[in-house]
Ligand binder design. Structure first.
Ligand SMILES: C[S@@+](CC[C@H](N)C(=O)[O-])C[C@H]1O[C@@H](n2cnc3c(N)ncnc32)[C@H](O)[C@@H]1O
Length: 499
């Protein structure tokens, strides 16, 4: 046992001298992108020691095997990631960037999106949530009157499931408000047992989902990572290697709508790296704007602060539970960075209990090139064009389950919930063996707080995957593996509290 009462793993010196330590380290850096650990073997060995002690792994080879094993019970990789990642964050971190968001970015995208009445913002590497919640607070307080009936999404993603659970909870210590004026805290949070709970009205736009920037290809409409008006990714890539960073920037570019904005960490500006963007300087902040295709960027609207905000009228909407780990190509190689780790622990996984009604005979599915084109348009947020292409395809082949599925994804993105559900159910009706429509129906029902129906949809996914090997792809049109899909579904069932 350690002084803290945890089971002792092998000594740090033994771990460092272990023949397999280098492979273990390489595997972990490859899976997380955290090249920061490349020259921090001792720190890493200490984390391995903690985890190895807890799971009873005698040496690095045994621990490596455990990390590589199909994820049927507790997910050791998630537990390890919880130890490796650094979640330093607080509300309205780096004020100048939030000023730029309020004075330049949000007025621009709100004006541009006025005809469609929707707004999508992605906080990539959101840790425990202060970043997306700060944006939601700003939207409500400063722009609430202009976007009252809009479909607004502020999506927070992270690789650390524990951080995401805390983000969904939305409860923080005073330290998280170190730069936030007390009156704003009092207006947006309720004191609860020495902490502060975000008020429901500020949660209504915000949802959280698991996403690994290194392993999950983006843009991807299937992952809900597509067509953002604003992406904020601060203090995340500093842990990655230069090669990894270089390979991520085009992905961010493609994941923005035309004219969309990228905000990186205060210390991360690099003209060369962001060369495909237009650079916009505001007092104390550097912003990047996508302006390469149809959208012709006008001079940045360095507008004065908008009129005083109307007081927010909170409506109670429960936090949304969505997540899909769609790990794909791992194109990146690690090296070094800078920072410091923080320790945490693991969570149990429930055993699946599938129950799938016998599916009717499947009409032909596919769509081939037509569907690829739709997906291409949707991935870069061209919702109108994607919807039109989908409708054309559906007119020609009304029984194409994939076309209905993508129509559902597009309905979802533009806030047409009923139509989304109808299209998902139609896709399932036409081909009950397709996994993704069941999975997305589960997510949809979760968002509607219908946990029982969502659990049924997720169990249908489990039943469909039951006899498939973990490394088999789920669908021709995507690279999601069966193992990854199983894992995502198990996580949802666990969050719902289903046995
Ligand atoms: C220092 S926090 C930054 C939080 C917030 N963006 C801010 O600036 O206040 C870095 C976050 O990046 C997340 N992270 C690290 N590697 C990641 C990866 N490969 N994919 C997604 N998130 C990752 C960590 O879990 C952590 O929550």
């Amino acid at each position: 046992m350690t002084a803290g009462g945890e089971p002792a793993g092998p000594a740090v010196g033994d771990i460092l001298a272990d023949f397999t330590f280098a492979s273990l380290k390489a595997m972990v850096i490859d899976a997380t992108g955290m090249a920061f650990y490349a020259d921090k073997s001792e720190d890493l060995a200490r984390i391995f020691q903690l985890r190895m002690g807890l799971v009873g792994a005698a040496d690095c080879a045994a621990y490596l095997e455990l990390l590589k094993a199909p994820k049927s019970e507790d997910c050791e990789m998630d537990a390890l990631v919880a130890e490796l990642t650094i979640g330093e964050t607080y509300f309205f971190r780096h004020k100048e960037q939030f000023d730029a968001l309020r004075d330049v970015i949000l007025p621009d995208v709100i004006e541009r999106n006025r005809p469609f009445r929707r707004l999508r913002i992605w906080s990539a590497g959101c840790a425990t949530g202060p970043e997306p919640y700060s944006i939601a607070i700003m939207l409500e307080r400063e722009f609430g009157h202009r976007i009252a009936d809009w479909h607004v999404t502020v999506l927070g993603t992270d690789i650390n499931q524990k951080f995401l659970a805390r983000a969904r909870e939305g409860r923080y210590d005073s330290w998280a408000f170190r730069t936030m004026p007390d009156d704003i805290r009092a207006a947006c949070f309720t004191p609860v047992g020495g902490q502060w709970q975000i008020n429901p009205g500020f949660k209504r736009f915000v949802k959280f989902q698991y996403h690994n920037l290194i392993k999950s290809r983006f843009p991807s409409i299937i992952d809900n990572i597509a067509g953002f008006d604003v992406i904020i990714c601060r203090n995340v890539i500093i842990y990655f290697s230069p090669e990894t960073i270089e390979s991520l920037i085009p992905c961010f570019h493609e994941t923005l709508t035309d004219g969309g904005w990228l905000i990186m960490g205060h210390a991360e500006p690099n003209q060369h790296l962001f060369r495909r963007f237009k650079t916009v300087n505001t007092p104390g902040a550097v912003l990047y704007q996508r302006s390469d295709r149809h959208y012709q960027a006008s001079a940045p609207p360095l507008a004065p602060t908008p009129p005083p905000p109307p007081s927010p009228s909170p409506s109670l909407v429960l936090p949304r539970l969505t997540a899909l780990d769609v790990a794909r190509e791992p194109p990146r190689r690690p090296e070094t960075a800078a920072g410091r780790p923080s320790p945490k622990a693991a969570t149990p996984r429930p055993a699946p209990s599938p129950s799938l009604p016998v599916p009717p005979p499947s009409p032909p599915t596919g769509g081939g090139e037509g569907v690829s084109r739709i997906r291409e348009l949707a991935d870069c947020g061209q919702w109108e064009a994607a919807a039109a292409a989908c409708d054309t395809l559906l007119n020609a082949t009304p029984l194409d389950a994939w076309a209905h599925f993508y129509r559902a994804m597009i309905h979802e993105q533009v806030g047409e919930a009923e139509l989304c559900e109808r299209s998902l159910r139609r896709a399932i009706y036409l081909d009950r063996k397709l996994v993704l429509p069941h999975y997305h129906l589960g997510l949809f029902l979760l968002r509607r707080d219908d946990a029982a129906a969502a659990a049924k949809a997720f169990r249908n996914v489990q039943a469909l995957l039951r006899d498939r090997p973990d490394d088999a792809r789920v669908a021709d049109t995507d690279k999601i593996t069966t193992g990854q899909m199983r894992e995502a579904v198990e996580m949802h069932l666990k969050l719902i509290g289903e046995p």
